[in-house]
Design a protein around this ligand. Structure first.
Ligand code: AMP
Length: 381
């Protein structure tokens, strides 16, 4: 069994890992951490949940220890991501470990959709910047940050960045980076598109491929209830109350539905908030933090928002409505049972959705029993 202590990590970081209950390195960490220390370019094919964040955060932080600060606003490490949620999440991991180190590094997230001025000011003395491409270009144009001294570039969820049409912006950003730098790139899939893009950026990369999506299915208990549309709300309340579920992520197919479901739960004494793209960034971060810390019992989210939700242990995921694609179904239920913890995924299936539910099971290659809910007495919920 490979231990964190054999990967070249400092004493301080080993202590921090212990504090976070990271007992053993995940496969991606076993492979990536020593390779990053050696200065290699990395191509990681790994989904969210594989532990990829720590696989670059730890060695990059350590490599900055004992080095001199750059000139103000000349960052050392740049991490490019497709969404603001991911930017916030990665920054939190950086900060979590950075605060355990003797030499403090300033780490910051920048993304669009919020006012640019506070970001411009806050960029003072930042050394690690986690950014979405558009906002980064705006900040560069405003002279708030410079890329000419970047030593390491991390690109996370590259497949998503390509489908979101960030290619042109990324190309502009690459032109401002020094030619000599370390490149670390992650993608959940290895399509031709990704490969072509990768070839233009990476130099003789070490390729690390991790398949966790199928693996982690084993640690997820999947159940489904046959129910009419009208009874879904009360059935959900019944399940939450009867099962005494304390941390539940509920998925709906629309923003309106997410708002409705959250409002109904709240009305019935279950602390819930909606999480979707119509909410302000501030409201989303607040809801997510409350949920993560256990102060919010239910988070009701749409698929669009689900990408950014990363919680160390999430015991319950409910599909209030089934997602359109089987891939999204896997993505949703993959929010639970992560990091080798056991979780439950529960789907509420109306007669209209039954056929689609069969398609999902077929694609997944795993049958799920459809339990009858007619007999359950829902009075009083
Ligand atoms: P990521 O794929 O980076 O989003 O990480 C997925 C989840 O696994 C996060 O909640 C991490 O906190 C957690 N995690 C990452 N590495 C480890 C580890 N070695 N031991 C336990 N948990 C970990």
């Amino acid at each position: 069994m490979i231990q964190f202590s054999s990967l070249g990590l400092s004493h301080e970081l080993l202590k921090a890992l212990k504090k976070q209950n990271y007992n053993e390195p995940f496969p991606i960490q076993q492979a990536a951490i020593p390779a990053i220390f050696r200065g290699r370019d990395i191509l990681g094919i790994a989904p969210t949940g594989s532990g990829k964040t720590a696989s670059f955060v730890l060695p990059l932080l350590q490599m900055m220890q004992g080095t001199e600060a750059n000139k103000n606003r000349f960052i050392k490490v740049l991490v490019l991501v497709p969404t603001r949620e991911l930017a916030v999440q990665i920054t939190e991991v950086f900060q979590l470990f950075a605060k355990q180190l003797t030499q403090k590094n300033k780490i910051m997230a920048v993304y669009g959709g919020v006012s640019i001025n506070p970001q411009m000011m806050n960029l003072q003395h930042t050394e690690v910047l986690v950014a979405t491409p558009g906002r980064l270009l705006d900040l560069i144009a405003a002279n708030a940050v410079h890329l000419s001294a970047v030593e390491a570039l991390v690109l996370d969820e590259v497949d998503k960045m390509l489908t979101m049409d960030f290619k042109e912006e990324m190309t502009k950003i690459f032109a401002l980076l020094p030619a000599k730098r370390q490149n670390i790139l992650f993608s959940a899939t290895n399509s031709e598109d990704v490969q072509a893009f990768v070839d233009t950026i990476l130099f003789n990369p070490q390729k690390i491929e991790i398949q966790t999506e199928t693996l982690s299915l084993d640690s997820i208990i999947q159940t489904a209830y046959r129910t009419s549309l009208e009874r879904k709300g009360v059935l959900l309340r019944y399940l939450i109350k009867e099962g005494n579920w304390q941390q539940v992520l509920v998925f709906t197919s629309s923003i309106k539905k997410a708002d409705n479901v959250a409002a109904k739960l709240l009305k019935n004494g279950i602390n819930a908030k909606a999480f979707h793209s119509d909410k302000s960034q501030g409201a989303r971060i607040e809801a997510l933090n409350l949920f993560k810390s256990g102060k919010l019992r239910v988070l009701v989210a749409t698929d669009l928002a689900s990408r950014g939700i990363d919680i160390q242990f999430l015991p319950y995921v409910v599909n209030y409505e089934l997602p359109r694609s089987p891939k999204d179904y896997l993505h949703r239920i993959g929010r639970t049972g992560r990091a080798n913890a056991e979780g439950q995924a529960i789907s509420l299936v109306s007669p209209e959705e039954e056929h689609h539910f069969k398609v999902i099971q077929k694609k997944m290659g795993k049958p799920i029993d459809l339990l009858e809910s007619d007999e359950i007495n829902l009075n009083g919920y």
